[in-house]
Design a protein around this ligand. Structure first.
Ligand code: ADP
Length: 871
């Protein structure tokens, strides 16, 4: 403040006075040794708690309560020494509003001096700092209290000077880290104590805390290693960072709390919770008013509950209605009274409503401090698997009990403890009498087997199987059985627990075997006595059985006949044919029949006919053959004799017939010449009959040749159509009634026996004429198709039933048996023809409609080139 220099002294004095008067700072002026209060502004008066009446009085008179306080003395000294006195927060007790109160002042006593240096008064300024002091005192007090609290709570406090790197901490903190109280430590020392697993994380979070951008709060939980007591502790550190104007952290302070116990407790608790949560048994906790407040996972699953809101409901909802009542009436009262209850109950599936049988262990939960009950909990085991196992066991037991075999159980020493029904029946023993040593179960002479063989097998491999003779308890009769005894092991320890035996009564089997043997023997005798060998083959044609007859004939032992061994007995020339026929029939699954010669053990070679019938299994699959082989040699010999006879006879007939023919021709010519036409005509007829005779003899000869395999072929190249045409022309002369019509296509040259082919064509046309007496047309056609020369002879005669179509090609077969006289013949023509065609590599067939006519055809293969000639 400046004073206006234009103002008068008086004005100035007034201004000062007013300023002083109104100044908020207390000001007083005391004059003379007596310290007369000449001035005390409002603020001073207020401080003193006095009014203006004190002005003019001495200091002593104005403030008598200061008597005994240092202030008078100080004031006197200032006056005397001329040295100013300054005090800060000095305590002054003043009577204000009639009450002595304590104040704190910052005050000055300044001496006012005359020009000669002598003091004439003291000016006093004062600032009431009572409020400040008291607040500070209170703060200090509360700090003290906090410290006390901190100390008693075991909280460590720390204060890091980031600039210097030093740490100030309390004893608790030092103790936690394992330092001595008051020991000097640095940040590095402390950092070394952080657990290696946490070190990196802590460094990172400290870096974040001292970054001014992050607000300066620090909160972390980590492990420290106390080197002194070698323990690891969990600590929770909370702190604050302080930054200067440059954003540099100069101070970092906070607290450290040992939470090892909490963490351990929490871990224990978590383990416990996990245990409960993951228990396979249902665990639930209920309040005293029977509301579920917790249900573990197994509970959710067992009861089919998806959501907690469905689980947290009255406990009675969890049970089947009847059991809910039981819980209410019996279980809960028991729990509340005795602290626990256990028993079987049925839970109710939340979704399906089905009962879930459980064994329940329920107990009361008491408050550990007050001891008062606060809830109930229960652990329930699902009984279904057990029940099922029990059922399975029962089923198994009933299976064993109902088994038709003997089943027994005994201990390791062989003391029997169980024999099933079938076993008891077999041995004639009643249920109460079974408890004996197993040696009582066998015939006396079998006890050695039991002791040595069986026991050692059990010791070695845990199992014995074999035949042994049991003994009937009542009759003492021997009961042969096939038995198996094995060790039974404990499912858990794996140690042998006992022995189980199962035995099959062999009496029936042995009897059956004997019967079978007897009947086999009988069969053998029967089949062995038969003139027919019997055989069986599998589906591949491999012989699996031959009876004794075969062995009797051939001397080939049974084993050697198996497979295709039997074919070794067939004579070389027939072997291939017989084998091939068998394979052919087998692959077609059809009836097999073939004739062949076999070598007998006495060296004779005899014809037999083998026949087999295909067999099928129940499912329809082919099983092989059952067949026979019959000796037909006697028959065959007759046939051969007949053939021989025919051969000789026809040969012997041929010579005289040829002579007759020659004489007839000569006679005919002579008679014609003599004009004896009538006689000549008779001779001509005789010649025709001789021709027929010649043909018949020729046929018979051919048949004997065919049958004895001596039919000769004379092959040449000739024009097929031309050859057919020649036969047609010849035969046209023999008939006036029928017109032979040629219907030829282009054919070409063929390599064959021209005469034999002509013979076939002649036979077909002759038949056509013979068997169509009431028609006048016969069509002969040829063609070359599919590499075959074909000739067909069509007539419009009597025809033949198609079911006879194949038979007409057989020896001596005649359809029109009863019309023998209408259509004379031996039934050889078609047989000879078809044999000729067959041997030329061709085939022959007929199409016919009875009463309408027949078409007989044959086809011969084309020989591709003249070089391709069969020898
Ligand atoms: P055969 O004529 O001497 O009896 P085949 O061997 O020539 O002897 O004929 C056998 C049988 O075939 C004859 O008995 C006859 O019943 C029948 N047959 C042959 N050709 C014909 C035909 N063209 N029409 C009707 N039946 C025929």
């Amino acid at each position: 403040m400046s004073v206006d220099p234009n103002l008068s002294y008086r004005d100035n004095e007034n201004i000062f006075r007013t300023l002083i008067e109104e100044s908020p700072t207390p000001v007083g002026l005391y004059v003379g040794r007596e310290m007369v209060v000449q001035l005390a502004n409002k603020s001073m008066l207020q401080t003193w708690g006095k009014d203006a009446s004190v002005i003019g009085k001495t200091y002593h008179e104005a403030l008598p309560e200061l008597e005994g306080q240092p202030i008078f003395k100080i004031l006197d000294e200032v006056y005397t020494s001329g040295i100013a006195y300054e005090a800060t927060e000095d305590r002054v007790d003043l009577v204000v509003d009639g009450v002595l109160q304590t104040y704190y002042f910052n005050f000055t006593f300044k001496p006012l001096k005359n020009a000669d240096g002598s003091v004439w008064g003291v000016i006093n300024t004062a600032a009431n700092v009572t409020e400040l002091v008291i607040t500070r005192q209170k703060l200090a007090e509360s700090e003290h209290r906090t410290q006390l609290a901190i100390d008693s709570a075991g909280i460590g406090t720390w204060d890091i000077d980031r600039i210097k790197g030093s740490i100030i901490w309390n004893d608790r903190c030092a103790e936690l880290y394992g330092f001595l109280p008051g020991e000097e430590v640095t940040i590095h020392n402390v950092r070394d104590h952080v657990h290696p697993d946490d070190a990196e994380r802590i460094t990172q979070s400290v870096v974040e805390a001292i970054n001014p951008k992050n607000g300066g709060d620090y909160d972390d939980t980590f492990r420290i290693i106390n080197f002194a007591d070698k323990t690891i502790r969990w600590v929770k550190c909370k702190g604050k960072t302080y930054f200067n104007e440059d954003g540099i952290c100069y101070r970092f302070a906070g607290t450290t709390l040992d939470i090892t116990k909490d963490i351990n407790m929490r871990e224990e608790q978590q383990k416990l919770i996990a245990l409960v949560e993951n228990s396979v048994d249902l665990i639930n906790v209920a309040s005293l008013d029977a509301e579920v407040i917790y249900l573990n996972k197994a509970g959710y699953k067992l009861l089919g509950i998806d959501e907690p809101k469905n689980a947290l409901r009255p406990t009675s909802d969890l049970y089947m209605p009847k059991d809910a009542q039981k819980v209410h009436d019996i279980a809960i009262p028991a729990i509340m009274k005795t602290g626990k209850w256990a028993g079987e109950l049925n839970y109710r599936h939340f979704k399906t409503g089905e009962p879930i049988p459980v064994y329940l262990n329920a107990f009361r939960i008491d408050d550990p401090t007050t001891g008062k009950p606060i809830g109930r909990a229960s652990v329930a085991r699902d009984l279904r698997p057990e029940k099922e196992a029990r059922n399975e066991q029962l089923k198994l037991l009933s299976l064993i009990d109902n088994s038709s075999d003997f089943v027994s159980l005994s201990d390791l020493d062989g003391n029997v403890s169980y024999v099933n029904t079938a076993g008891r029946k077999m041995l004639g023993i009643n249920p109460t009498a079974i408890y004996r040593h197993n040696s009582a179960y066998v015939m006396p002479d079998e006890t050695n087997k039991l002791k040595n063989e069986i026991n050692s097998a059990l010791a070695k491999s845990g199992r014995w199987s074999g035949q042994i003779n049991y003994r009937h308890f009542e009759t003492g009769e021997t009961i042969p059985v096939f038995g198996t005894t094995m060790l039974v092991y404990d499912a858990i320890t794996g140690k042998p627990q006992g022995r189980a035996s199962i035995a099959r009564d062999l009496r029936r089997e042995i009897a059956d075997q004997k019967a079978l043997k007897d009947s086999e023997h009988l069969l053998k005798n029967i089949t062995g006595a038969s003139p027919t060998a019997l055989w069986m083959s599998d589906e591949k044609g491999s012989i699996t059985y031959t009876n004794q007859t075969w062995e009797y004939w051939t001397g080939q032992p049974f084993e050697d006949t198996l497979g295709d061994g039997w074919t070794k007995c067939i004579v070389e020339e027939d072997r291939r044919r017989a084998g091939e026929q068998f394979i052919k029939d087998l692959s077609a699954r059809r009836h097999y029949v073939v004739e062949f010669r076999i070598k007998h053990k006495n060296g004779a070679i005899r014809w037999c006919i083998a026949a087999g019938n295909p067999q099928y299994k129940q499912d329809g699959t082919f099983a092989g053959y059952i067949g026979s082989c019959t000796d037909i040699d006697d028959q065959k010999r007759l046939e051969r004799q007949k053939d021989d006879f025919l051969g000789i006879a026809s040969h012997e007939l041929k010579t005289p017939v040829t002579s007759i023919k020659a004489y007839a021709q000569v006679l005919g010519a002579m008679l014609t010449k003599e004009g004896e036409t009538k006689k000549a005509d008779m001779v001509l007829r005789m010649d025709a009959q001789v021709n027929r005779l010649t043909n018949l003899i020729g046929d018979l000869l051919d048949v004997t040749k065919i049958n004895s395999g001596r039919l000769q072929f004379n092959k040449t190249w000739f024009d097929f159509n031309q050859a057919v045409s020649e036969s047609v022309t010849d035969l046209q002369h023999t008939t006036n009634k029928h017109q032979l019509i040629e219907d030829f296509s282009n054919t070409g040259e063929i390599y064959s026996d021209k005469d034999r082919i002509g013979q076939v064509i002649t036979n077909l046309i002759t038949n056509a004429i013979k068997y169509s007496p009431h028609s006048d047309k016969i069509i002969i056609s040829t063609k070359l198709e599919n590499n075959e020369f074909t000739v067909c002879v069509q007539d419009f005669g009597i025809g033949l039933p198609m079911d006879k179509a194949e038979k007409v090609f057989e020896q001596f077969y005649r359809v029109s048996g009863n019309k023998q006289h209408t259509f004379p013949g031996l039934g050889l023509g078609l047989y000879i023809s078809s044999e000729i065609i067959k041997r030329e590599g061709g085939r022959m067939w007929v199409n016919s409609v009875e009463g309408k006519g027949s078409t007989f055809c044959f086809a011969l293969p084309v020989n591709d080139s003249k070089m391709d000639q069969p020898e």
